[in-house]
Ligand binder design. Structure first.
Ligand code: GLN
Length: 262
């Protein structure tokens, strides 16, 4: 907007000698440049002050919303807020589908993904990850009355419920003959199991275990071992220096005991 105002001023310049006109014009251009740089700089600073974090909040205990609350809670939420604080930046949490997180990084809608996102080679082609901040791994959840499924092998030809875009969905897709049903939220993923429309869920073990202490209590169980270790990282735009800043803050939080507290 300011650029337009300056432009109007210059173009309305009239009268005086050609020399005078040129001097004034040069002066105005210089002023315009400084003004525009000043305004732009201020805007950029204001924008970068807030760290916009994207999350898919049906992943307790890492990110979730308490019943009747719009606030985001959980380990990732506390950690990214503490990281922002360490960096001197306010943190704004944005709720979106898990499969929308990486596109949102690339379109500039968010600065960082804080959503229990496993660091994978595939994702590393699209985004840059911070240092790992938690080690997880996938597990199989079935209903209590299910006695034939004990491992991934037993899921052949079965119906598996998973969240769209996750490593759990990839794992399910790798099972020969399995029918994979994908959902946007983990609430739907578990509902499908307990409505008996799926034989099993594949999900990060800590999330499955937490569910068994809540809605899944008395209904479902974990079977088999945890599959491959999956480190979680905060994802940022490819090659962004934000990864280094997050790592620095994370390192400080580990040193000062804040990470352990969280
Ligand atoms: N850790 C899994 C992944 O990265 C699941 C994450 C999630 O559902 N929030 O795909």
């Amino acid at each position: 907007m300011y650029n337009v105002i300056c432009f109007l001023k210059i173009s309305s310049l009239s009268g005086g000698t050609a020399m005078k006109k040129r001097t004034v014009l040069v002066g105005m251009l210089a002023a315009l440049t400084m003004f525009a740089a000043g305004c732009g700089g201020k805007d950029a600073a204001k924008e970068s002050k807030v760290l916009r974090a994207g999350t898919e909040p049906t992943f307790a205990p890492f990110e979730f919303q308490e019943k009747d609350s719009k606030d985001f809670t959980g380990f990732d939420m506390d950690l990214i807020r503490a990281i922002g604080k360490q960096m001197g930046r306010d943190v704004e949490i944005k709720n979106m589908g898990f499969d929308a997180l990486i596109p949102a990084i690339n379109s500039g809608n968010i600065d960082v993904v804080a959503s229990g996102m496993s660091i994978t080679e595939e994702r590393k082609k699209a985004v840059t990850f911070s240092d790992p901040y938690y080690t997880s791994g996938l597990a199989i959840i079935v209903r209590n009355d299910e006695n034939n499924i004990k491992s991934l092998k037993d899921l052949e030809g079965k119906t598996i419920s998973v969240q769209i875009g996750t490593t759990g969905a990839d794992k399910a897709a790798s099972v020969p003959g399995a029918k994979v049903k994908t959902f946007n939220t983990n609430a739907e993923v578990f509902l499908e199991l307990n409505n008996k429309n799926a034989d099993a869920v594949i999900i990060d073990r800590p999330v499955g275990a937490y569910f068994l202490t809540k809605e899944g209590k008395g209904q479902d169980k974990i079977v088999g071992e945890t599959m491959d270790a999956e480190p979680y990282g905060f994802a940022v735009k490819k090659d962004s220096k934000l990864a280094g800043e997050i790592n620095k803050a994370l390192g400080e939080l580990k040193k000062n005991g804040e990470y352990d507290k969280i």
